[in-house]
Design a protein around this ligand. Structure first.
Ligand code: 9D3
Length: 264
């Protein structure tokens, strides 16, 4: 997979592209990235990349010409890397919401994506003629597209074959998370946790210590369904639940109600 990144702040990608899952994908050669700084495509002595908006008003707008040149340069690089039809993606608060489903459909080894990242109030609208997709990561205001691009890149690269240590992790996600529900709680050593901040020592659910893997699988699935029902009921709407899931969730709801009545 090839990723072009058009940004005024290349420094923001230095650590990002070398650390963790993303760093491993780069190190293994599963993805090749190149940064394009619009400032390098300016013509004037001041190397201006922004200007005042026609019609007046607050803030600055990213100028079209440096962006168009950066896009051409990113596409030329893609071609040299044997990607013939890269997707140009503008990260914008007005874009379509980023989802795991989109990440899946964009995560393929032969794919090329050019991320165009705005700063200031945004880009000259005429650059949109070169943009294939517009993406937002959610309804909150950031200062630019760099963090959203990192969100997209990380979600995509985790899905590329050969990137994750344990291929089961991706698959397990596929079981509970493409299933689109929350994860179960996790515990590790010590078995009994004591700390000055804790009123009383805390243990671990007995079932996890018993070594019966079928019972553990059921407990985890029940917790995952239960957590989702409690915290994100929207994720269960229009969801097909098999017989086991229905019965586990019914048990969870029953136990939850018992617990609730005890407290009342
Ligand atoms: C002050 C007017 N703002 C309207 C809400 C305009 C504005 C322009 C540019 C607000 C934020 C930004 C910078 N944000 C992004 O470039 C961005 C973003 C975001 O802020 N939230 C969620 N997803 C994204 S993708 C790109």
């Amino acid at each position: 997979m090839k990723l072009g990144i058009i940004t005024l702040f290349p420094e923001l990608f230095e650590a990002f592209l070398t650390v963790g899952v993303v760093g491993r994908a780069v190190a293994r050669g599963l993805v090749k990235t190149k940064i394009f700084n619009p400032r390098e495509f300016t013509q004037d002595v001041h190397r201006a990349v922004d200007d005042r908006p026609f019609g007046g008003g607050p803030g600055m707008v990213m100028m079209a010409l440096p962006l168009l040149d950066a896009i051409i340069s990113a596409k030329a690089w893609m071609q040299a890397e044997n990607v013939l039809h890269p997707k140009v993606v503008y990260l914008s608060p007005a874009g379509d919401k980023w989802t795991q489903a989109k990440a899946k459909s964009w995560a393929s080894p032969g794919q090329g994506i050019v991320f165009l990242l705005g700063r200031y109030e945004g880009i000259d609208e005429r650059v949109m003629s070169q943009v294939d997709a517009c993406i937002s990561i959610g309804d909150y205001i950031l200062s630019g597209g760099e963090i959203p691009a990192q969100v997209c890149i990380e979600t995509i690269l985790r899905l590329l074959p050969g990137v994750l240590h344990d291929p089961l992790s991706a698959e397990q996600d596929a079981f509970s998370n493409a299933d689109g529900i929350l994860d179960c709680p996790h515990y590790t050593r010590p078995q009994v946790l004591t700390h000055d901040s804790l009123v009383t020592p805390m243990g671990v659910p007995e079932v996890l210590l018993g070594g019966n893997h079928e019972i553990i699988r059921c407990w985890r699935r029940k917790q995952a369904l239960g957590q989702t029902w409690e915290k994100r009921p929207d994720l269960l709407e229009n969801k097909f639940l098999d017989k086991e899931a229905k019965s586990l969730l019914a048990e969870f709801e029953q136990e939850f109600e018992q617990e609730f009545n005890k407290q009342a």
